[in-house]
Design a protein around this ligand. Structure first.
Ligand SMILES: Cc1cc2nc3c(=O)[nH]c(=O)nc-3n(C[C@H](O)[C@H](O)[C@H](O)COP(=O)(O)OP(=O)(O)OC[C@H]3O[C@@H](n4cnc5c(N)ncnc54)[C@H](O)[C@@H]3O)c2cc1C
Length: 459
């Protein structure tokens, strides 16, 4: 428990109403969107960079762990205070500082939501490439810290690909600017170190990102398959033939039925899999892309192809995709969602492997994947009041991690390592690799006060 002296210092820094210590408040900040629960000892709300700087100086003096938190939508336990300490809530840093349509960049504070940036950019005919399904609430700070992606990732990449600069409060309280606008910023390129560092190396307060023009034309379609394998093959073929769709998403039968039960959009319930495909670009080119995609899907045995004929039909298809997570609540009260990647040509193998694992462990796994990126999101369903079922879900997850690594993939495409995949880091990296990462962490944070217990398993 934090001493009265420390709590009083926190109140001096943030103002008494912005420091919570009651039991009920600690309950509210003990979890994020992962299954993990650990209680903090205090929660503080910052709205000035100077407060964060002072907090980190205090944390270093007192050796207290600080956990940065945006919207708490992390799926790997990134915002869970596994070592107790102080939760630093950052969503009051919510100002869009500048949209520069000439240079096609934006400066935002880290608590701005992804959607707020998209909306502000759209009024200039621009967009921010990454569009995570959590975009209504997830913050830009969280997006940078997790290296977030989204359904447009096949064509537009992930947060890392759009990041130009950052203002960061380092673990010792120093405030630095890194990166910036221009073809070449004459300094060591450090922005990449913070992107995907999951709040373990610094607290991001301002972000400079690239924006890109909104496409002139968009075409959206759904291809229906009688076999999951065939749908996976179609994905490989589309990419192999040089087409770069904006989105290329796969959903299996469990997911299709759950979504259809939930929002009744007339999804093909008997299909083994559907591909949701979107292409964008200039008006003159998109229909040719559609023709190529349709012919590849037919070659691979698609039984039906439905093209969205207007914006409403297009929005219905994406509503169906975005409803996937919520729809599963009708089957079981909880799920563990995995995030492994595999090389694209291994996608059919991995989809099949996950189906087999579902049978082996007697659990329901609904499959959804950013197929074009080889990034799978198997949702392993369970009842939290059945510990034995949760145990089977964990074992099944472990087999999925191992298989992804054996296929030349990775533990995570966009949800991070957090607490969830810590123990698999030794499987994914050599001792030398891990040692190097630890040296970087210790150089910036020698007392391990910033989000200890995430990404690297160091005491
Ligand atoms: C329904 C649902 C759908 C999702 N869909 C996607 C998706 O399509 N693509 C995707 O990539 N992810 C997705 N996610 C995961 C999650 O939304 C992202 O990881 C998101 O980037 C987290 O943002 P956040 O503001 O909620 O961060 P939090 O959950 O609060 O924190 C996440 C991590 O970032 C750190 N952090 C947060 N803010 C800062 C900061 N300012 N400085 C330093 N560190 C910080 C935290 O310490 C923690 O380690 C989804 C989650 C849910 C619940």
């Amino acid at each position: 428990m934090l001493s009265r002296r420390v709590i009083s210092q926190l109140k001096d820094i943030f103002g008494p109403p912005n420091v919570l210590t009651s039991k009920i408040s600690m309950e509210a900040y003990a979890y994020d969107s992962s299954p993990f629960i650990h209680y903090p000892e205090a929660v503080v709300f910052a709205d000035k960079v100077e407060q964060i700087s002072q907090l980190m100086k205090l944390a270093n003096r007192e050796k207290i762990v600080v956990v940065p938190r945006g919207a708490g939508t992390s799926l790997s336990g990134g915002a869970v205070p596994v070592h107790g300490g102080i939760i630093l809530v950052l969503n009051r840093f919510n100002r869009i500082l500048e949209i520069d349509p000439v240079n096609e960049v934006a400066w935002v504070e880290s608590g701005v939501t992804n959607l707020a940036l998209q909306q502000a950019a759209a009024s200039y005919g621009l967009m921010f490439g990454p569009d995570p399904a959590s975009q209504k609430v997830a913050t830009m700070g969280g997006n940078v810290a997790e290296g977030a992606g989204g359904i447009r990732g096949v064509k537009y990449g992930v947060t890392r690909d759009h990041l130009l600069g950052l203002e960061v409060v380092l673990p010792d309280g120093e405030v630095v600017m890194i990166g910036g606008l221009g073809k070449y910023v004459p300094q060591i390129d450090l922005t990449g170190i913070f992107c995907g560092s999951e709040g373990t190396l610094g607290i991001i307060t301002k972000i400079l990102v690239k924006l890109i023009p909104l496409p002139e034309a968009i075409r959206t379609m759904m291809a229906v398959f009688g076999s999951l394998d065939k749908a996976g093959e179609a994905v490989s073929q589309i990419i192999a033939r040089g087409i770069v769709p904006t989105t290329l998403e796969i959903m299996d039968q469990t997911m299709i039925r759950a979504v259809d039960d939930f929002i009744n959009v007339g999804f093909p319930r008997e299909a083994e899999a559907v591909l949701l495909i979107e292409v964008d670009g200039y008006e003159v080119e998109v229909d040719r892309q559609v023709e190529s995609v349709v012919s590849i899907c037919k070659e691979q045995g698609a039984t039906d192809i439905r093209k969205a004929t207007d914006e409403k039909e297009r929005q219905d298809l994406w509503l169906a995709r975005r409803s996937g997570n919520g729809a599963l609540g009708r089957i079981k009260p909880a799920y563990m969602v995995q995030d492994v990647t595999v090389p694209r040509h291994k996608l059919p193998d991995m989809l099949r492997f996950v189906s087999d694992i579902s049978k082996k462990y007697g659990i329901i796994i609904a499959q959804m994947a950013h197929a074009g990126d080889g990034n799978l999101h198997p949702h392993l369903l369970y009842d939290p009041f059945q510990p034995e079922e949760l145990e089977r879900v964990k074992q099944a997850s472990h087999e999925i991690f191992t298989a992804a690594l054996e296929m030349g993939g990775s533990l995570t495409g966009e949800h991070g390592i957090g607490m969830e995949k810590l123990e698999f880091m030794t499987q994914a990296f050599t001792a030398n690799d891990l040692d190097f990462m630890e040296q970087v962490k210790r150089a910036l944070d020698p007392h391990l006060v910033l989000n200890r217990g995430k990404v690297l398993d160091i005491a």
